[in-house]
Ligand binder design. Structure first.
Ligand code: SAM
Length: 286
């Protein structure tokens, strides 16, 4: 009986030349391509004169289409999985199809190729011997900050994906929670306006406040040093009064309400007490 195979085919993250000869051959030879964004992939296939049939496998149809693809694989079809860009299965629904295939004994063949996280890491100038990948941070401020708190003691270099409209918020939260650290911000890798910005978190904030973020971003943040591990070092705000602490966070981009909430969280104080101190001190000045 014919054996079905799921091929994981990485595609360019910008530059159409970044595709291997083997990926092109597999895309030509398979029975079907399952693509996250068929319009996007159609352009790639047209560029390389590939005419294989395509179906859409994306976040919204992944349960139903996943079962359909599994049936085809079980019936012996060869299927190539392609994400919007880069390595399928990294921050996209591919992960789910792979685990379904593995659970049903379907051979999964990974092909090497482009990936934004690794490209950013190797160019970052930060340690590459040990790193972790966190993908996208949660969009909700509270959950994002809790996630960053959990990562505060992480010693390995940390890689994040980030949307341009959230970049400043995430950098602000990282600075407030991690303290000052080195960061490399890779923008539009492999594309015309490729830029790898390197500096500290506060310099990054200054830079991207002046140059509003546009395009696709991958952040590579230095891991915690010995002294950054929770409990091992004074917090950056020690020596500041709660009011000064609020003013510092406001200077780093938070509005007053957010800064009061964050100061209360960082110092383990009731929010009302922080608020009262800010208001009382202001009244004293009046
Ligand atoms: N599977 C893809 C991979 O292997 O790179 C990642 C998919 S994830 C949905 C898309 C995110 O990757 C973008 O929002 C951005 O954070 C990052 N990214 C993709 N292309 C990039 C590029 N050319 N330059 C910098 N970051 C990029």
């Amino acid at each position: 009986m014919k054996q079905g195979v799921l091929f994981l085919c990485p595609t360019p993250i910008g530059n159409l030349e970044d595709i291997t000869l083997r990926v092109l051959r597999i895309l030509r030879e398979v029975d079907l391509i399952a693509a996250e964004d068929t319009r996007h992939t159609r352009k790639l296939l047209a560029h390389y004169d590939i005419h294989t049939s395509m179906v859409s496998y994306r976040e919204h149809n992944r349960h139903q289409m996943g079962r359909h693809l599994l049936n085809l694989l079980s019936a012996g079809q060869k299927i190539a999985l392609v994400s919007d860009a880069g390595m399928p299965g990294i921050s996209d629904p591919g992960e789910e199809l792979v685990s379904l295939a593995v659970a049903h004994g379907i051979p999964v063949v990974p092909l090497p190729g482009p990936n934004a996280a690794l490209a950013a890491l190797v160019a970052s100038g930060l340690p590459t011997s040990s790193f972790c990948f966190e993908g996208f941070l949660p969009a909700a401020a509270g959950t994002r900050r809790r996630k960053l708190e959990d990562l505060k003691g992480e010693r390995r270099t940390i890689i994040f994906y980030e949307a341009p409209h959230r970049l400043l918020e995430s950098l602000t939260d990282m600075l407030n929670i991690f303290g000052e650290r080195q960061v490399a911000i890779a923008r539009e890798l492999t594309k015309k306006y490729e830029e790898i910005w390197r500096g500290t978190l506060s310099q990054a904030l200054e830079h991207f406040r002046l140059n509003p973020p546009r395009g696709e971003f991958t952040l590579v943040v230095a891991g915690a040093r010995e002294g950054d591990v929770p409990g091992a070092r004074d917090e950056f705000w020690q020596g500041l009064s709660p009011k000064e602490h609020v003013v510092l966070l406001q200077a780093r981009g938070m509005d007053r309400k957010e800064a009061i909430r964050e100061v209360a969280r960082q110092r383990g104080m009731p929010r009302r007490d922080v608020y009262n101190q800010v208001v009382r001190d202001r009244d004293d000045e009046d």
